[in-house]
Design a protein around this ligand. Structure first.
Ligand SMILES: [Zn+2]
Length: 508
């Protein structure tokens, strides 16, 4: 197949743009310059000036959870408890559970409680995730299912003055509840994920680093892979606390194929900004894993070749994670393991250069900066100057990869790229504009760098001969677009492994 007459950004510094691209089966065969009018027409796709990029990768997404949440009560942007309750009331469908996602109660007064929920949900168990997925709001019927089993290490069961649970669970307590008590049939997961993959393809996504790190996530993708084949490549995380069991089963990093591959182990140092559970150097927040415990995880993982992905939001959490990687570097550096810290949200300035020095990648989410700015300014004050410091990290030489963290933010790479470049939404001034990235940098963080992080830099991430033909066609070139035009750019079509998976040509 020949793609001709376009602006093809290869993301290869040796040949950054070309007008045409030759594909052979699932692979890129080469660029052919601008004079190929003699090519046979059946295999020829006239781009008519459109732009082609390597397809987008999402370096941090809770994919099945995001896919399933498409059917849930959406509480994003609810300005008050009353508004949230109203949405729950309107959604109620008479199923065995009411599920929802997206609430953020920092400015709500009164706060969410089980009592408020009971009035409209009655005896139907109800579980509503906060926007950051680190807090869960339950009604009495849901709490009653769990009995006394929710007070676990690293978790919080909020209680009122009389000691009665309020209905809010945080961190490990919330996740324990979901794992044990929110029953979702595997077929429901598989069906939602199948639909979600089509939606992701339509947004130019050809690969994800999945963070739904529970063991079931891999089997959801596995089912689709077996039955009809995946049209999106999945680099799967697995829970770090299962490292021994994984070793006993003989499972190692890198097992799988080009579409579904075991990637890395994930664990958490702390909570989040929105739930005020980020572990901070001032002593506030929730510490989920100590630096010493992380060092143990790194050692155990290295024995089976696993890179580690550590969630760290607060400045103390990031420092403890960096310290643990530094303390174990003699073990993992010779193995070439590509460890990563997820979010890197609040950093003490002196810790910023340590990512590049140690070779720890920054798996960040550009879209979080504009949507978290008010909370960050409010909870972190002065420290917010070292928060979401994407440009400082980039300039320090660190590998910066972008993800959506969907369903926390929408799974939409073009929106993420704009957030990295503009650091604002809704026509406000940019937030810490010295931390904005160029369009090229934001694109590299959404294509080349996630491929490197997956160990795939010789197979994907740029459009050079021998790479998989994963590409996206855009209606115009983001690099030369004006700021206004950048906001209007759309995905025209997506190809994965040489096959069109969204809107095959011809196009009008
Ligand atoms: Zn996440």
């Amino acid at each position: 197949m020949f793609l001709t007459n376009g602006v093809i950004r290869t993301m290869d510094p040796a040949l950054p743009t070309t007008a045409s691209l030759v594909l052979a089966g699932p692979l890129v065969a080469g660029g052919v310059g601008t004079h190929e009018s003699a090519l046979p027409t059946p295999d020829r796709v006239d781009l008519r000036g459109r732009c082609v990029l390597p397809a987008f990768a999402d370096a941090h997404v809770h994919f099945p959870t995001w896919a399933l949440a498409q059917n849930d009560v959406r509480l994003d942007g609810a300005a008050s408890l009353a508004e949230a309750l109203d949405r729950v009331r309107r959604h109620t469908t008479g199923g065995t559970w009411i599920r929802g996602t997206g609430w953020r109660d920092a400015s709500w007064e009164p706060k969410p409680t089980k009592d408020a929920l009971d009035e409209i949900t009655g005896s139907t168990p109800t579980a509503l995730w906060a926007k950051d997925y680190h807090s869960l709001w339950l009604n009495s019927a849901a709490l009653a299912l769990a009995g006394g089993e929710l007070q676990v290490a690293g978790g919080v069961v909020e209680r009122d003055a009389t000691g009665e649970p309020t209905g809010i669970l945080r961190e490990e307590s919330a996740w324990r509840f979901r794992e044990r008590f929110v029953q979702i049939a595997e077929s429901e997961w598989v069906d939602a994920t199948r639909v979600g993959i089509r939606l992701a393809n339509s947004r130019g996504v050809a690969s994800v680093h999945d963070k739904d790190g529970w063991l079931g996530a891999a089997s959801i993708f596995g089912r689709i892979h077996e039955r009809e084949g995946l049209t999106m490549r999945v680099f799967q995380s697995l829970p770090a606390d299962r490292v021994t069991a994984l070793a006993e089963l003989g499972l190692r990093a890198g097992m799988g194929d080009d579409f579904l591959r075991l990637g890395y182990l994930k664990c958490f140092m702390d909570g989040t900004l929105g739930s005020q559970t980020a572990w901070m150097l001032d002593g506030s927040g929730v510490r989920i894993t100590s630096g010493d415990d992380l060092a143990e995880i790194i050692r155990a993982g290295a024995a089976a070749g696993w890179p580690i992905s550590v969630h760290a939001i607060g400045d103390a959490a990031n420092r403890a994670a960096l310290d643990a990687f530094e303390a174990t570097r003699d073990l993992w550096q010779p193995l070439g393991l590509r460890h990563r810290i997820e979010h890197c949200q609040c950093l003490a300035p002196e810790d910023i250069p340590r990512f590049a020095e140690l070779g720890i990648a920054c798996s960040v989410q550009f879209a979080h900066a504009p949507s978290d700015r008010d909370l960050a300014d409010r909870f972190w004050g002065e420290k917010a100057a070292g928060a979401y410091a994407f440009r400082s990290l980039w300039d320090s030489g660190a590998v910066v990869a972008n993800g959506s963290d969907a369903p926390v933010e929408e799974l939409d790479p073009l929106a993420g790229i704009r957030a990295g470049v503009f650091r604002t939404i809704n026509e406000r001034d940019a937030w810490h504009p010295d931390e904005t990235l160029t369009v090229e940098q934001a694109l590299i963080a959404s294509t080349v760098n996630p491929a490197w992080l997956a160990g795939d830099e010789r197979r994907r991430g740029s459009l050079v001969p021998g790479h998989l033909a994963d590409l996206v066609v855009l209606n115009r070139d983001p690099v030369t677009a004006s700021a206004e035009d950048l906001s209007e750019i759309e995905v025209v079509a997506t190809m994965v492994g040489g096959r069109w998976v969204h809107n095959p040509p011809p196009w009008d």
